[in-house]
Design a binder for this molecule. Sequence first.
Ligand code: 5GP
Length: 205
Amino acid sequence: MSKRGMLIVLSGPSGVGKGTVRKELFKQNDVDFKYSISMTTREPREGEVDGVDYFFVSKEQFEENIKNGEMLEYAKYVDNYYGTPLKYVNETLDSGHDVFLEIEVNGAIQVRANCPDGIFVFLTPPDLIALKNRLIGRGTDNMNIINKRIEQAVNEIKMMRNYDYAVLNDQVENAVDRIKNIVKTERLKVNRVMPDYLSMLGDEN
Ligand code: 5GP
């Protein structure tokens, strides 16, 4: 049986640039994570593709999935559900691949409770003014939604204490390098490599 993969969770306030950092990370030649596509009830934005950016589903469908225990985590965020389908994550980790989640903070707390050996990374904005400008600059949401998101971001920053690492997103390339370094270091942790050493010596405990 191949060794179980690592679960890497990137989280942080909306608008901090999680999506941009994640996309840049996945362009790197030396990165081989499997991205877990989330499910959501929100409407697709222009250019978003079902099954690539998200699985776009109805509220009824999402609630059915929750009821059937098919979600690793889920959260209601600005009036919509967002969540991680459990099956893909489990199967991919079991096949020995590392799985990467990009999710908001309430979901990350649930994952932490279920998968304590995951790597929990909190992406931080250089400052909240920059965060606000980025949300407005994106031009995809109206002011009411933007204000709700800012209020949420302040509360989210306070949740940094639930994570293992804080990665400053001053420049996308810097944030990507920091995440890659974190994962490299995590691979060397004794509790991750010790089972390999023991099994080399014929001791499975
Ligand atoms: P957006 O609507 O901008 O795509 O996403 C809104 C927020 O939901 C972002 O913070 C994003 O990271 C988060 N999100 C995306 N997918 C998931 C998910 O599967 N679970 C949770 N809990 N949050 C998610």
